[in-house]
Every structure is written in structure tokens, then in C-alpha cells.
Design a protein around this ligand. Sequence first.
Ligand SMILES: Cc1cc2nc3c(=O)[nH]c(=O)nc-3n(C[C@H](O)[C@H](O)[C@H](O)COP(=O)(O)OP(=O)(O)OC[C@H]3O[C@@H](n4cnc5c(N)ncnc54)[C@H](O)[C@@H]3O)c2cc1C
Length: 369
Amino acid sequence: MGARLKIGIAGAGVLGRLLAWQLARAGHAVTVFDPATGPGAPATGHIGTPVPYAAGFTAAGMLSPLAELDNAGPDIARLGWRSLVLWRQTADALQAQGCAAPLFAQHGSLMLAHGPDLGAARRVLARLTAVPALTTAWPTPQALDRASLAALEPAIAPGLHAWLLPDEAQVMPREMLHALAQHAPGVWWCWDEPVGDVAPGRIVLASGEAEAFDLAIDVRGQGARPALPVRGVRGEVIWLHAPGASLQRPLRLLHPRHRVYVVPRPGDLFVVGASEIESEDRSPVSLRSAVELMAAAHSVLPELAEARIVHMESNLRPALPDNEPRIDHEPGLLRINGLFRHGWLLAPALAQDAMARAGLAISEDTCHA
Ligand SMILES: Cc1cc2nc3c(=O)[nH]c(=O)nc-3n(C[C@H](O)[C@H](O)[C@H](O)COP(=O)(O)OP(=O)(O)OC[C@H]3O[C@@H](n4cnc5c(N)ncnc54)[C@H](O)[C@@H]3O)c2cc1C
């Protein structure tokens, strides 16, 4: 390794924790500041003034470089395919450090459409396969007939059109956020410490106190305003508990009005998401979103009928005006933001690119067990 640097990170969301973990493993002295009261997921769903916290906790954790081509360009997919490899290595390394929780799974994902929605589904598929690189470097959607779908996922309602998106994956967001914070050697976590400003070589806390660093990193997501023109895009998810219901991989239902996904989690949990609303309203999940999301999920997985609704959550995705991620670097300062609806998908590859720009290349070894 090169010189041991003193690095300050503003924000302990997906990017902040991943960077802290990587930089500490590379031997740097890392301090992280965040307004959260601690590393765990906050209690949510209360009526009253909602307290902002990392979007990463709310996310479904789908790593869908292929399916995201419906919403984003090939650069996002390229970053995503790189990140998949890096998340697997990160999960292996965390498990070698003693983390017992499941962190990562890779069984592909499914795209489904009800009969009358086949036209809409075909238009989406055309977008996913329009990128030239898809035909060579990346896996393509594979149409499944009724028997293949039944063999792969017997619980899915018969009569749906289905495509397998090979190699897509998922992280377990809460477990991964927790593991990154817990297994980052020597990182100094400053909770309950909002940052007011991040400048070259300097982090200024909301209290007015300032600390000098060799490198200051701003990964405050939506909290980076006014330094960046970032906005929040509301998303809502519902957690269902359905012992006995089986689903091996995330699925998304193509529909002219809704994009609904169901993501299996350990412990017989299923995360159903997600609305995407141009609003910075952090209040609890609306009846309309809950009804629409759950009706769609039930139409695909009839076994969810007796599921129990155990949790509902809303949060804001940090997005820049063009909905693209952005890395800004100048001596002593790095800002990464705009991860929008694919922050888990992009974070490791963006972190790697950002570190390279700052002259702090994170070697593959840092992520390896
Ligand atoms: C409903 C929903 C579903 C999603 N599903 C997926 C998915 O399936 N796959 C996927 O890839 N992505 C998904 N995302 C997107 C993903 O969660 C975000 O893109 C990602 O969390 C962005 O990471 P980040 O580190 O930039 O920001 P965040 O995770 O939001 O972290 C920002 C951190 O900065 C802190 N902060 C804020 N203000 C300050 C301040 N003043 N000082 C210090 N710290 C501050 C916050 O407390 C927080 O800890 C989803 C998001 C939502 C809301």
C-alpha cells in the first residue's frame, strides 16, 4: 500500500459504508460522520416528522443490470455487471471476517407478464436487447415455456409469460449495511453527527466544528444539497411474511402502469416494491401504493394470500437532474452521488472508479476474502 491517509467520509449509507470498509482494509485511517443514531436500521412507520435515513436500508437490493436497461442506458448496465462480481467478493470477504448472515444470492431473476400485457412486455424486452453489447458480452433474457417456469418456480401462477434474466443477483441490504459497519477494522464511526459542509481536505459538522483530512468524501445522498442539485424520489416497499411460500429468485411483473417486484429474503420474508413518485414526501406508505403493489404481487404468487404484512417503509432515492450517477474529484475532495434507483447495483463499481480518480486504487485484493 502507499501512504496511510487520513480520510473523512460524510454519510454512512451504501457508498459510505462500502468505502469505509474498503479504505480501512487498505490501511487508511477512516472517520465516518452520519446523523443516524447508530449503525442499525431505524424504526419506521410512525406518524409525525419522519427522520431521514439511508435509502440503502429501504431498498429491495435487486442487482439487475439487464432489467435496469428498461430505465437506464448501457453505462449503468456496464457498471452493474462489474458490481455483481465485486459484491460477491465483498460478501465472501465479510463472511471470511466472521459475518454469518446471508449477504448475497445469485440465481438470476424473472420477468413476468399476464396474457393481456404481452405487448407491453415485448416493448420492454425490445429495449433490453437493443444494446449491441448485449448480443455478445452480456446474458440475454431467455423465454420460458410453461413447463420450464413451473420447474424453476412452481409457486408462480400458471398462464404467465416468463423470461429468465440469467446471472442477475440480490444483496440483503440491511445485513450488508450492518456487516460493512461491523467488520471495518479501526473505522471511527461518528453517529448523531450531521455534516454541514464538505470541502477540499475538510469536513465541517453541523455544529460548526471542522476537521482536516487528506481526503474528504461526500456521500450524503440526498443530504448533499446544496453542494449538489440532488433531489429525492419517493419509493415504497412492503414486507410480507409467508412461511411455506416459495420463491428462489427476485421477480418483476411487467405491466403497462406498474413495475412491481417481489424479492425473497431469508426467514420467509418477501419484499414487494416499489413505487416511484416524484416527491420528497417521507410519510408512511399510502393506501393506494399498498393496495396496488400487494394486488400485483398476489396475482403472480397466489401463495401470498395468507401472508402477513409485517412492515411498510418509504424512503427517498437520491437522484441528480439527469438521473445519472456522478463522481466529482478535485484534490482533497471526492463527491459521489445520484445513484437513484440502482444504488446497490452501482456502488462497488462507482467506488472503484472514484478511488482510481483520487489515486487510491482499491485493488481487487481489498475486496477478496
Ligand atoms: C424503495 C427503494 C427501493 C430500492 N431498491 C433498489 C434495488 O432493488 N436495487 C438497487 O440497486 N437500488 C435500490 N434502491 C436505491 C438505493 O437504495 C440507493 O440508490 C442507494 O441507497 C444510494 O446510496 P447512497 O450511499 O448514495 O445514499 P444513501 O444510502 O441514502 O446514504 C446516504 C447517507 O448519508 C447520510 N446523510 C444525509 N445527510 C447527511 C449529513 N448532513 N451529514 C452526514 N451524513 C448525512 C444519510 O443518513 C445516509 O446514511 C432503492 C431505493 C428505494 C428508496
